[in-house]
Design a protein around this ligand. Structure first.
Ligand SMILES: Cc1ncc(COP(=O)(O)O)c(C=O)c1O
Length: 403
């Protein structure tokens, strides 16, 4: 076997059937070297000192024994999480996981078998599409398209009713397009799923960031008879370093997923469990959601003021902490991102990582104090890259003429 190189690391296969996870690897390769990091999808992480202000007793952690704890999450934490779902699920219907990434893995592995027909939302974070293809499912892509980038609900409903898939995986609010499903759309899908005996798995890790204000989770709207919810503390709540997520839904389904987790991480970190159990009060949840919305709203307004539409054309942000923007002058956005990073140390995510070249995902979660400067750097870096690409294409045209 030869070592993969260049684009292969991002876009090739790790082994037969398992595509590289382009987005995660792109960020891992660059984020710790970036001078200006606009690649994150969550809001600025909180410090332990900020968590202290939210009621965390740091001194009290000194006596904590670093054991395995409760492998499916402590009852205290599961009961806090169940409160988020307005009574739709009890603490026995929650599995705490190592980030929502593990919840997605456990859901996909426990629900999807070789040959199963499943629907997947594309573009998406791309973990679930990658996993279901690897699991040998017959994956039907439910494609969001330019210019609305909304989930094709009508097509999904027809697909559910006519072809009776086992599961449909939806990312809502959607990463990378920052669009949000309407309640009526979730209801429509839930009714179709109920009639067809299908399940809906909503990756809702950006739930709570909706710019339109608080709304119930898709699990509450759809009902646990047909829906599962994947969520966590990494994005809206600013605690990705806790690596804390969860799967919520019907007990039998959550318990099947728990059996997968036994093979992966065994337990969430007991330290993270304790911190999350303390911090995840009703008041703090409201405060942190408000913080997330305000950061994103302010940063997006600034982005619209700073960036001309001939440079970038961002879609309105309905949820999430990022903007999905068309680059009207470049199709190969992976090369563009590589250029901008190599020349200026500015990191954004290429559309190729979402199977949609020609677009960028730009993080809007940075603390507002630093975002204006980051944005200026991004604009300069993109302008410089555009001139470089224009020069290169003129030179290439002259060479062809010369021949
Ligand atoms: C939609 C979505 N799901 C899951 C994840 C995984 O996040 P974590 O494991 O930190 O909760 C991400 C991270 O970007 C995401 O965007």
């Amino acid at each position: 076997m030869t070592a993969p190189s260049g684009r292969e690391i991002l876009l090739g296969e790790i082994r037969r059937g398992l595509r590289a996870f382009c987005l995660e690897r792109w960020q891992s390769l660059h984020e710790n070297y970036a001078r200006v990091n606009l690649s994150d999808s969550g809001v600025a992480p909180l410090t332990l000192a900020e968590l202290e202000e939210l009621g965390l007793d740091l001194g009290g952690l000194r006596g904590l024994e670093l054991g395995y704890g409760w492998t499916r999450g402590s009852p205290e934490l599961r009961s806090r999480i169940s409160e988020l779902y307005g009574g739709e699920v009890g603490e026995g219907e929650i599995l705490v996981t190592a980030g929502s990434a593990e919840a997605n893995l456990a859901a996909a592995m426990s629900l999807v078998e070789e040959g199963d027909l499943v629907g997947v939302d594309v573009p998406n974070y791309m973990q679930v599409p990658g996993l279901v293809r690897f699991l040998g499912a017959r994956a039907r892509e439910l494609k969001r398209t330019h210019p609305s980038w909304r989930f094709p609900v009508g097509e999904a409903v027809r697909f559910i009713e006519e072809e009776k898939p086992k599961v449909v995986f939806v990312c809502n609010p959607n990463n990378p397009t920052a669009t949000v499903l309407r309640e009526s759309e979730v209801e429509e899908m839930a009714e179709a799923a109920r009639r067809a005996g299908a399940l809906l798995v909503f990756d809702e890790v950006y739930w709570g960031s909706e710019q339109g204000g608080d709304r119930p989770s898709a699990l509450e709207i759809a009902g646990k008879d047909v829906a599962l919810s994947v969520c966590g503390l990494s994005k809206v709540y600013g605690m990705p370093g806790l690596r804390l997520g969860w799967l919520a839904g019907r007990r039998d389904l959550v318990e099947r997923a728990w059996a997968v987790k036994d093979y992966v991480s065994i337990a969430p970190s007991i330290l993270s469990d304790r911190i999350a159990s303390t911090v995840l009060t009703r008041d703090n949840v409201a405060k942190l959601r408000k913080r997330a919305r305000e950061i994103v709203k302010g940063n997006f307004e600034l982005l619209l003021k700073t960036i001309d539409s001939d440079l970038l054309q961002p879609l309105p942000v309905e949820g999430g902490a990022f903007a999905w923007a068309k680059v009207p002058w470049a199709e190969d956005t992976l090369s563009l991102c590589e250029l901008v990073f190599a020349r200026r140390g500015v990191l954004v995510n290429p559309g190729e990582c979402f199977e949609n070249p020609g677009f960028l995902r730009i993080g809007l979660g940075q603390r507002q104090e630093s975002f204006a400067a980051s944005l200026r750097e991004l604009v300069e870096a993109l302008r410089e890259a555009r001139s470089t690409l224009e020069r290169a294409s003129l030179e290439a045209a002259a060479e062809v003429k010369g021949c």
